[in-house]
Design a protein around this ligand. Structure first.
Ligand code: ZN
Length: 238
């Protein structure tokens, strides 16, 4: 059996780990979703706090096969994560890796099915100073050096607990909501906490109000400007 990926189709996606239905564990570490993508925290290595992946919902195994809409969507997800992490963790920049081409599984066994041929993007947030978070100190020891995530290189993985992952996920969601980057519909498939749902509802109620005050402010400035203009014209006629 060939290990070369073939075009999409049911027969090729039934074993795919990214196409399988989302279970509770995955929902708990899902930060947000869109109709086209999911953004999910990694559990195997959080040495860069917030490390996550953006997974298009459609089973596609190359960038060439992706629609423009899917490409745009993954970049919009990246932008939202970037804005949240900059504020929340002090992220300096993100490394963006396109993967989905494993020919051996995580135990080193050759895979002959479509298990890993689903394009996805890793976001590795980079930090130029230690990040104090969850009672831990995260050091980006490879900052400004060639990135190597292979443990054989000496890279030490940091595995945090499921509770810590959920706490991190909640706080990222909170930041995204505060910045107005996600709304309730983006929490689909993420099983958000009650606190996050309440925050989202509160924020949505505040939104029209803030628009009202913004419009009132703009209207005030326009009226004042017109007043000054009229006065200036009147004076020039005197
Ligand atoms: Zn898939």
């Amino acid at each position: 059996m060939s290990i070369i990926p073939k075009p999409t189709g049911d027969i090729y996606t039934r074993n795919c780990i990214s196409c399988k239905p989302i279970d509770q564990e995955e929902a708990e570490r899902t930060i947000f979703t869109t109709p086209r993508s999911r953004v999910v925290l990694r559990t195997d290595d959080q040495s860069w706090p917030g490390r996550c992946i953006v997974v298009p919902r459609k089973h596609t195994n190359s960038f060439k096969q992706m629609s423009k809409e899917d490409r745009d969507d993954v970049y919009q997800c990246r932008e939202k994560i970037s804005l949240a992490y900059t504020n929340l963790f002090g992220m300096i920049r993100d490394n963006w890796l396109e993967l989905g081409n494993l020919t051996v599984d995580h135990e080193g066994n050759k895979t002959t099915d479509e298990k890993y041929f689903h394009i996805h993007y890793h976001i590795i947030p980079r930090y130029n100073k230690p990040v104090e978070y969850l009672g831990l100190t995260f050091n980006d020891t490879q900052f400004a050096k060639a990135l190597n995530i292979d443990p054989a290189s000496g890279h030490k993985k940091v595995v945090i607990t499921r509770e810590q992952i959920i706490q991190m996920r909640d706080e990222i969601q909170e930041e995204l909501i505060k910045q107005g980057l996600i709304s309730e519909e983006n929490l689909r498939d993420t099983r958000p906490s009650q606190k996050i749902i309440d925050l989202c509802k509160r924020r949505q109620k505040e939104q029209p109000q803030s628009h009202f005050w913004l419009l009132t402010g703009v209207a005030g400035v326009v009226v004042a400007a017109l007043g000054v203009l009229t006065l200036t014209r009147m004076r020039s006629h005197l």
